[in-house]
Write a protein that binds this ligand. Structure first.
Ligand code: DC
Length: 229
């Protein structure tokens, strides 16, 4: 009997949802999928093929025409998950500020979303999956047994992303990171196709003042509750 469930974790950028989702998946033996990495991979592909102008405007027609040529997979190596774009490990590149700055308009293209949502649904066919993103509980898996919506203040999130970038050797400034977080919130919330919003049946978590351990313990409790329903 397959009694595994589907877990959707949505929320604002840099709210710590990926860390929580990854940890939970490892703990309960589920597959973890970072849907944001898929939008980042399509954006990187578009940048590599000159489909985004200097001012950040994507050439929608070219990107839509290229979708069948974009293959995205995930690979686990030494316990860390990497994003593979057409056979190449792009995990590091997709986290760069240049990609962060270009991803929102690409993620707003309806055809891009339809294509990635179909891939995401295929990944989740067998259940036993934790997926994080913006529209997982609303669009990708509306019937998920457990839905979490994570939020934290923009400053808290910018601090986290800034720390992450510095640790990875990037030279971004805090002001630049904060501006990017605020700008992406706005774009994610106001786009026409699948805007970021909390599903009606999602449990809200504001983790601004929570430690990682507290978050993980909280998440595990919600999982146990969902399984016992
Ligand atoms: O979670 P992230 O910052 O890596 O996501 C990158 C971008 O992709 C973000 O600007 C919003 C978009 N995204 C989306 O539109 N839908 C998802 N399910 C996941 C991410």
């Amino acid at each position: 009997m397959n009694n595994k469930i589907t877990i959707a974790i949505d929320g604002y950028s840099s709210s710590g949802k990926s860390t929580m989702a990854k940890r939970l998946a490892a703990e309960i033996g589920y597959r973890y999928i970072d849907s944001g990495a898929m939008y980042r991979a399509v954006t990187l592909f578009a940048m590599q093929h000159n489909m985004i102008s200097q001012s950040g405007t994507p050439d929608k027609d070219k990107i839509i025409a290229a979708l069948p040529d974009i293959k995205i997979n995930f690979q686990i190596q030494d316990g860390t998950q990497s994003t593979i774009l057409n056979g190449v490990n792009v995990e590091k590149e997709i986290r760069q500020m240049a990609v962060s700055n270009n991803v929102s308009p690409v993620a707003a293209i309806p055809e891009v979303r339809h294509c990635l949502v179909a891939m995401q649904q295929a990944f989740g066919k067998e259940k036993g999956i934790v997926m994080d993103g913006r529209d997982i509980g609303t669009t990708v898996f509306p019937n998920a047994e457990l839905k979490i919506f994570v939020k934290a203040s923009a400053e808290t999130r910018a601090q986290r992303r800034f720390k992450e970038l510095i640790e990875k050797g990037s030279r971004a400034s805090y002001a630049e990171v904060l501006a990017n977080v605020v700008h992406r919130d706005h774009l994610d919330e106001t786009r026409e196709e699948s805007p970021l919003r909390q599903a009606e049946d999602a449990i809200l978590l504001d983790n601004s003042n929570m430690s990682l351990e507290e978050q993980n313990a909280w998440m595990l409790e919600r999982y146990k509750e969902a399984c016992s329903k």
